[in-house]
Write a protein that binds this ligand. Structure first.
Ligand SMILES: [Zn+2]
Length: 302
């Protein structure tokens, strides 16, 4: 049986505390294997410290693929919980999986957050890392950016214009004015390396905008293994604002701003409740600060 262990925090290299989630399975996407999760003692980021019985990277067949089979147990819960107003709002766009719709939304909704920060493109070049089916690229293009998408999953980019299949190491240094990532970094086993690569491909004076689930959200502690943001097996290193900031500064970014977003609060609560089922959970008061937004600039002189 394959077993992969991570022994330090991918954001700050801090020590990991004993696992607070053990033998969690991927109830949303049905991938085989089990994972344990622990927190970084320094920055609080949540790290998949051990996984067993699955490929090292279980991201194939992800957000943008059609007809993902859901396990029978969760299908039943979707049917039961669809009658509840909060959950039915999340599920209304799909007949199969509210989680699937939600993840697609997460992936393409980056421009709504990034564009107010970045302003109009005015011909600037933009690399969207983990572009999936490219819906975000279209929005950036409409805002005046010269866009390129990067996506490791060849199936996801079928029919997407302006996307390259590959990883950041294939991109030339200093070639983009802007790099964006939305719900990507939590899938990487080495977030610090990922951020260093983002720094490398930016031009001097360029801007990185990243969005990720927030491991410091009170929903993480309240729901534990059932927290939707945990996404067992697939999420490897989930940042806190502190962890995000630490990695960005270590990577060489000079101007770092990290904040939290509440836009996904209701959806993450509903989907966490869906997963928790009959387990009694005391829900904290909102806002839940479900996502982290990090904006960082590469010094013009670098
Ligand atoms: Zn850490």
């Amino acid at each position: 049986m394959t077993s992969v262990k991570i022994t330090s925090c991918g954001y700050c290299h801090g020590e990991l505390l004993p696992a607070f989630v053990r033998e969690a399975s991927d109830i949303w996407f049905g991938w085989p294997g089990q994972a344990d999760y622990s927190r970084c003692a320094d920055c609080g980021s949540v790290v998949r410290c051990e996984q067993r019985g699955a490929a090292e990277h279980a991201d194939g067949g992800y957000y943008t693929h059609d007809q993902m089979p859901l396990p029978a147990r969760i299908r039943t819960r979707v049917a039961l919980y669809s009658a509840r107003p909060l959950v039915s709002g999340v599920l209304s766009k799909t007949s199969r999986s509210g989680s699937r719709f939600f993840e697609s939304w997460m992936r393409v909704s980056g421009p709504a957050v990034a564009l107010p920060v970045l302003g109009p493109g005015a011909g600037r070049s933009l690399l969207d890392v983990g572009c999936g089916s490219g819906d975000a690229l279209k929005i950036y293009r409409a805002a005046g950016y010269r866009t390129v998408g990067l996506e490791p999953d060849p199936q996801a980019v079928q029919g997407c214009s302006g996307a390259i299949v590959g990883l950041l190491d294939a991109v030339r240094a200093g070639s983009f004015d802007v790099v964006t990532t939305s719900h990507v970094i939590e899938h990487t086993p080495s977030p610090l390396t990922f951020v260093e690569e983002c720094w490398r491909v930016l031009k001097p004076g360029g801007t990185l905008v990243q969005i990720a689930p927030n491991a410091a959200s009170p929903l993480c502690d309240a729901f534990g293994r059932n927290w939707r943001g945990l996404e067992p097996l697939r999420h490897v290193c989930i940042p806190t604002p502190r962890g995000f900031e630490s990695s960005l500064r270590s990577a060489g970014f000079s101007d770092v701003s990290v904040s939290t977003l509440n836009r996904a609060d209701k959806s993450l609560l509903a989907l966490s409740q869906l997963r928790a089922g009959d387990e009694v959970v005391s829900v904290p008061a909102p806002p839940f600060q479900s996502e982290v937004l990090a904006i960082a600039r590469k010094a013009p002189s670098s």
